[in-house]
Design a binder for this molecule. Structure first.
Ligand SMILES: Cc1cc2nc3c(=O)[nH]c(=O)nc-3n(C[C@H](O)[C@H](O)[C@H](O)COP(=O)(O)OP(=O)(O)OC[C@H]3O[C@@H](n4cnc5c(N)ncnc54)[C@H](O)[C@@H]3O)c2cc1C
Ligand SMILES: NC(=O)c1ccc[n+]([C@@H]2O[C@H](COP(=O)([O-])OP(=O)(O)OC[C@H]3O[C@@H](n4cnc5c(N)ncnc54)[C@H](O)[C@@H]3O)[C@@H](O)[C@H]2O)c1
Length: 514
């Protein structure tokens, strides 16, 4: 990411004025800091802001745009794009709801869609602004930071000495290594939101969350999208049935899926059109796909190189990132790490939760007493395709792999009145529970608002609430939350209507009847 990859319109100028003011003057460093934070994405901002508000002397170092990926080139712009795509989709589907729309009377204005995205991004930027953090007492340094020893870091020639530090440098797009990719302009999440028009044809490489969300969004907005995936299915981290529903939805929206495919080469025969040659894993034939744009969404690489981790005594691995223990301490006990740079869960809410834990462990656990464990955090995730796919705890496959004996309790949204009346019946709630007892191990939710619904199960897992509690939850009618109660209730119903219990209830009722 760089200020240079923004589109350069007034909204981007407004964004920069907040998160990388051009006239910013770095403060004079204090002799010592309680906490120096490297990177001002979600993890860094939460760690710095929280610590400063608790009274710590804090320095925050950012080389690019404060807010990091989430604000600038991740969650915020992608969800803004998804909103526009959904509006276009709703118009196409309006007829099914009895509303006749003249198809020739509306069209997607790509320029306006991207402008809206940048306007909303700029409107959120004050939350992450340099001024806001400075007002909280944080010394904000704009510039590239680099550790120069186990207790010091350098930025623009100034040395910041620390008792504790937080490494929060995040992750960037993983290099896209296929023949020819270095000679053709390839979009990544750093550049795709700087577009000003919709590409008529777009190839997206990668079937993870970024690939799926953006493939559907661009297709709904009118681009002819092909998604090329290496694996046999989409969303390889998630439940396979959930991934199948997403694949069906993408196909329905016009996305051509080429899964299990290997890219042989990329070229640009006339300098404008880009051409991919792919080969299916199980076939001899190659296929060529032409497009105006190619987006690589092939995973994330933690930012660990060139930042002096060797000098600081912080061990790292190019794939896993900084190596941390369960208290999020690196191999230098004074340096902690939070967010994408050290976590397999590369999500904003995970970065935020880890940063909160780091404040506690780094600043309020003298001699290591009272430190909290990262493994105790219950971290859900959700992919914002339509239908959404939300997950918390173990998937069915993960629970089996760990040797659990399971009960899998499923309730389909086709059985939920609210989903039926809104014509959105695709999806299900799947609760993964231990075969005996009440314990919930995880949940997969596929459907509209799955990301909201998963919060209830996350609370149950966090507080150790079981199936019985969930099945007695009273939810407003008609809502999709009923699916959760119904799925949990399957176990209770099976007990209540089991032959033994049924025999007993009949006898009792016959006796009281007289
Ligand atoms: C397209 C896309 C969509 C996403 N959608 C979602 C979503 O819907 N929900 C969700 O939960 N997550 C989503 N994510 C993931 C989310 O954006 C990340 O998990 C989150 O931003 C991680 O925050 P972080 O603070 O760890 O790192 P980052 O946000 O990457 O911040 C790290 C910061 O450190 C700075 N930095 C690095 N090195 C240095 C240095 N040497 N000196 C100074 N500064 C440095 C960087 O410039 C950057 O600003 C999405 C990601 C992408 C790419
Ligand atoms: N809604 C969300 O929470 C959300 C949305 C977007 C991104 N994110 C975060 O960002 C991370 C990165 O997302 P992502 O989708 O880039 O990564 P990913 O690692 O989840 O998926 C990348 C996919 O690309 C495939 N791939 C890699 N090289 C390929 C090649 N040469 N040809 C074809 N396919 C190839 C991989 O097999 C994999 O399926 C996510 O894992 C998630 O943590 C979260």
């Amino acid at each position: 990411m760089s200020v240079a990859v923004l589109a350069g319109d007034p909204y981007d100028e407004a964004l920069i004025a907040q998160v990388h003011p051009r006239d910013w003057v770095n403060p004079t460093p204090a002799p010592w800091y309680n906490l120096v934070v490297l990177g001002a994405g979600t993890a860094g901002l939460v760690a710095a802001g929280g610590a400063a508000q608790l009274g710590a002397r804090v320095a925050l170092v950012e080389e690019d745009l404060m807010g990091g990926d989430c604000l600038n080139v991740g969650c915020v712009p992608s969800k803004a794009l998804i909103h526009s795509a959904r509006a276009a989709w709703a118009l196409r589907e309006a007829e099914a709801a009895g509303i006749l729309v003249d198809r020739s009377a509306w069209r997607v204005e790509g320029r306006a869609v991207f402008e809206r995205l940048r306007r909303l991004r700029a409107s959120i930027a004050p939350h992450d602004s340099a001024r806001r953090f400075a007002d909280w007492g944080v010394d904000v340094f704009l510039g590239r930071g680099r550790f120069t020893g186990p207790d010091r870091l350098e930025v623009n020639g100034a040395t910041l000495r620390f008792r504790r530090a937080v490494l929060a440098t995040g992750a960037g797009p993983r290099p896209f290594e296929v023949p020819g990719a270095d000679r053709v302009e390839i979009l990544t999440n750093h550049t795709v939101f700087a577009l000003t028009e919709l590409p008529p044809r777009l190839v997206i490489v990668g079937g993870g969350p970024i690939g799926c969300e953006l493939a559907q969004a661009f297709a709904r907005l009118g681009s002819k999208v092909t998604l090329v995936g290496r694996g046999p299915r989409l969303l390889s981290r998630d439940d396979p049935e959930a991934a199948d529903l997403v694949a069906a939805a993408l196909r329905r929206d016009g996305v051509a899926l080429r899964l299990g495919s290997r890219i042989e080469r990329i070229e640009s025969p006339n300098g404008l059109t880009k051409r991919l040659t792919i080969r299916h894993e199980h076939g001899d034939q190659t296929e060529t796909i032409d497009a105006e744009a190619i987006l690589a969404a092939v995973g994330r690489a933690p930012r660990v190189e060139g930042i002096g981790l060797e000098a600081a005594g912080v061990a790292f691995d190019p794939v896993r990132g900084a190596i941390v223990d369960d208290y999020l301490r690196t191999t230098n006990r004074a340096i902690f790490a939070a967010g994408d740079v050290a976590s397999p869960d590369k999500f904003t809410h995970a970065a935020e939760a880890q940063a909160r834990l780091v404040i506690r462990n780094a600043l309020f656990a003298p001699w290591g007493l009272g430190m909290g464990r990262a493994s105790r955090l219950v971290i859900p995730h959700c992919t914002y395709t339509d239908p959404e796919v939300a997950q918390v705890g173990l998937t069915e496959g993960e629970a089996i792999a760990r040797g659990f004996k399971l009960r899998v309790l499923v309730h389909e949204f086709a059985e939920v009145d609210r989903s039926v009346v809104e014509d959105e019946t695709a999806g299900f709630v799947k609760l993964i529970a231990a075969a005996r007892g009440d314990r919930i191990l995880g949940a997969t939710i596929v459907g509209r608002h799955a990301g909201e619904l998963v919060g209830t199960v996350t609370l149950a897992l966090t507080k150790g609430l079981g199936l019985a509690t969930l099945s007695r939850l009273i939810v407003p009618y008609p809502t999709r939350s009923d699916a959760l109660r119904q799925a949990a209730g399957v176990a209770e119903q099976a007990f209540l209507f089991s032959p033994g219990v049924h025999r007993w209830t009949r006898r009792w009722l016959s006796w009281v009847r007289g």
